[in-house]
Design a protein around this ligand. Structure first.
Ligand code: URA
Length: 214
């Protein structure tokens, strides 16, 4: 994916005084830095513990998330919840967010079909992801899939080559790249699905172990 520069600061709602997570959430609700606000019902900001040591970053809200205004509450969210539980990580103690905070979709009949955000949209939304990181200062950022990894590293990341590794970065002491839970749901058969799920849980367990030893 080609690199894109984010718009300058004047494209974003201004925050008065000390920056806090609630102020960021409120400002993000009025963001017009790219055109996706015209498509999505609302901005879906991150959610979770304000003391989270782990930040999980997905791609963008889906149909369910767009309606609910909360990240990962649809089928992919259920897959994520189960995997977190199996890895011994409490969802209430992490921060769950997305690289892009509006639902990008295309109509197919009466359905709204997920459309992949482009480099410009990912770059425009980095402002909010960086804001969340600055507020939470997580020890570990988990990139769920290629779009999240592209946002966090600013480059194309091959998931199969980099998944499961702990990579230091300026954003957090550790970044772990893994698959997106939707990829498990899309697996062609039961065997592939179980295999993918096993790898996903194993990746998340590495995150859990880091927290225990920290
Ligand atoms: N997929 C994502 O990447 N994020 C969500 O919030 C839901 C589905």
């Amino acid at each position: 994916m080609p690199k894109a520069e984010p718009p300058d600061e004047s494209a974003y709602p201004r925050l008065e005084g000390r920056v806090t997570l609630p102020k960021l959430r409120e400002a993000a609700a009025h963001c017009r830095a790219c055109d996706l606000w015209k498509l999505g019902t609302q901005t879906v900001f991150g959610e979770g513990s304000a003391h989270a040591k782990v930040m999980l970053v997905g791609e963008q809200p889906g149909d369910y998330e767009d309606r609910a205004g909360k990240p990962f509450v649809g089928p992919a969210g259920r897959m994520l919840d189960e995997a977190l539980e199996e890895a011994g990580i409490d969802r209430d103690e992490v921060w769950v967010t997305n690289a892009v905070k509006h639902f990008k979709w295309e109509p197919r009949g009466k359905r709204r079909i997920h459309a992949k955000p482009n480099a410009r949209e990912i770059a425009a939304c980095l402002h909010w992801l960086r804001g969340e990181v600055a507020m939470l200062k997580p020890q570990v950022i988990v990139c769920l899939g290629a779009t999240a990894a592209q946002a966090v590293f600013g480059r194309t990341v091959r998931i199969n080559e980099e998944r499961g590794k702990l990579i230091p970065s300026e954003l957090a002491p550790h970044i772990l790249v893994t698959i997106h839970p939707s990829a498990i749901l899309r697996a062609p058969d039961e065997r592939a699905r179980e295999e993918q799920r096993g790898h996903f849980v194993a990746d998340l367990k590495k995150v859990g172990e880091l927290l225990v030893t920290a």
